[in-house]
Structure formats: structure tokens, C-alpha cells
Design a protein around this ligand. Sequence first.
Ligand code: ADP
Length: 370
Amino acid sequence: MVYTNPIRMSESLSSQLPNQDLIKDLENIRYALDQSSIVAITDNKGVIEYVNDKFVEISKYSREELIGKTHRVINSKHHPKEFIKNLWDTILSGQIWRGELRNRAKDGTYYWVDTTITPLLDKHGKIQKFISIRNDITKRKELEQQKDEFIAVASHELKTPITSLSLYLQLLNKQLKPAENKSLLPMVEKMQKQLNKLSSLVSDLLDVTKIEAGQIQFNFQTFTLSDLIAETIDEVQSVSPHHQIQFQNSVSATVKGDRERIGQVLTNLLINAVKYSPAANQVEVQLLKNHESITVGVKDFGIGIEPSDRDNIFTRFYRTKNNHSKSIPGIGLGLYISSEIIKRHQGKIWVDSHPGQGSIFYFSLPVDNK
Ligand code: ADP
């Protein structure tokens, strides 16, 4: 995560306070910081010049072993090269970097830190030093890992019985003769519908597991986006007869991507548009194109989303606290999976919304110009 407004050293210490008071205040702030956080200062090449006691304690290295070295000493080799490159690109461009890092202590154990690295610039804007402030989040990470492992095992184990139940239901459906089994057939249909819901829930959980493990596979090909939209609308329309899904198709464009995964994003957005607009009966799909990108908008006239929720709805398991949405079933994974899929296509996903009036979910993909 990148933040702007780095600190310029010469301007940072405001001249509003008399010198003595300012020094006292700074000492107090540093004392408080040392009590709460793991602090390190490096030169502009990343060579460590200062570490506080908490850094020494968590890394299990002595101060002498750390000063003069770079953070490579505590590198756990957990993060992909691009992640570390992004960190360096950010701070070397004078911006603040914030994120979660796994480090390796001297005894070989790992610890996780929530990290903010701030470049300090001189009055010409040149980087002088980097200050990193970290907080230990190892406990939270371990709990998250246990939860992820449980989800992975449970969803994997659920997959087999669901598949065989589905097969038996299909067999049953074939064997029942409509004329003789009038009352049974609708029951079998209802069972199949519930099983489909269960199956899509389990496949969402499996997708999350794959995303977290960096194992989600994409099969890139060139395809016409408007055709995929029309197909997906047909599918969603067949299970949502109450809503009229309209698509004004005036743009023809090909994109390069995983057709099935992009279809999954569209399905998620369309199903949400229907699900979160129980009092409306219309959904509109738009397609806009410029030189670089093609944008899809899915518009509903439903309950909408409060501004405070808009950043969070793309994180996993997040559901809004809105009273209307509480009664609508869901587990908060569809938008997270969709945003990961779009990110992997170098695209963007976002929402515009007016609470009580409706929302438009957009995603854009680079146009395939070849
Ligand atoms: P789910 O629908 O299973 O809860 P999603 O990840 O698809 O999970 O959505 C996350 C949350 O975002 C939902 O719980 C809901 O609160 C909100 N949301 C998503 N789409 C809409 C929409 N079209 N209108 C209003 N709220 C929405």
C-alpha cells in the first residue's frame, strides 16, 4: 500500500514550539514509540543505523549484529520478488510503504510484522534515510493460517460428497417418470437447486484457498467480451426471473483473459445486483470502451452501499452492516474473488453507489489491440 506526503526533514519539525519544549516533546514521542513498536532507521541504501530494543528482542540478533547490515539479515524469503520490488520502488520514489512482512529471527523462527516505511527527504527532495515502524502481528497471522487450513481441508472434503450427491440426483431425475411422480419431481428439482448453491459455496471457498496459496490458474485466450456478457446474462436471467436484466450492446471489443474466470466475475456481479435489490425488478449492464481499456458496469436499483463500506467490500468475508443486507444470504467472498481475478488481468474493479437508490459495479480490462 502506498501513501503520499513523505516527511521532509527540514520542514517536519515545526517552529511553533520553543526549542527546549520541542526536544522534550520529541523525546517523549520517541519513548512512547519505543514502548509500542519495533523501530529501525537505515541510510538511503537500506543499511541499518539504528534499531530499538524491541527490534533486538523480536529478531533475536544483538544490536551489534544488526548495525551496518541491511534487512536481508531477517529476510525470510517468503515474499515474491515483485512484492519486494514494489516495496523498494515505492520508498525509492519518496513514498510511504505500508504492508505485512514475514521476517526470520536469528534462531530460524518466523515472525510477522505490520510495517510502515517512511523515507525522510532533505529540502531538495533527496532521500536521506528510511524509518521503519513495525508491530508484531504473528499471533493474528497464525490464527489466520489455521483458519485458512481449516477452510482448505473442509472445502476439499466437501467436494466429493457433493459431486456424488449431484450424480445420484441426476439419476433419480431420469428414473422418475413425470406422469407417475408428479409430486416427487419438484422435490428433486428443489434438491438440485440447493445442491447447486452448496456447490458454488464450496467452489468459492476452494478459490479463496487457491488465491491465498498463489495457486489460482488462468487460461488466457482472446475472446469477445460482449458475447460472454450476453451468455452470462442468459444464465443468471434463467434463475432470476423476477428481474429484467438489460444489456445495451453497442461496443464490440476483444480482450485477452481467462474467459471462464471473467464469466465468474460477471455472474457474481449480476447475482449480487439481483440479490441486493429485492424491491426492484431491473438490472442494467453497460459496456464502454476507450483506446486502452474496456469497462463493464452492472447497475442495480437496490439497497446501495454506505461510503464507509465501499473500501471493505472487496476484502474476504466482509459483509456490510446494513440492516437490509443482513437478511440476504451470503458469506462475503464473491467480490473478494472477483477483485483478485480482475487484478490478475491487470484490470480494476470499483463501485459507485447511492444508499437507498442502488449501485453500479464496474470492472475494466486492458483492450487486446493485437
Ligand atoms: P456476499 O454477497 O456473499 O455477502 P460479496 O463478496 O459478493 O459477498 O459481497 C460483499 C458484500 O458487499 C455483501 O455482503 C453486501 O453487503 C455488499 N454488496 C455486494 N454487492 C452489492 C450490491 N449490488 N448492492 C448492495 N450491496 C452489495
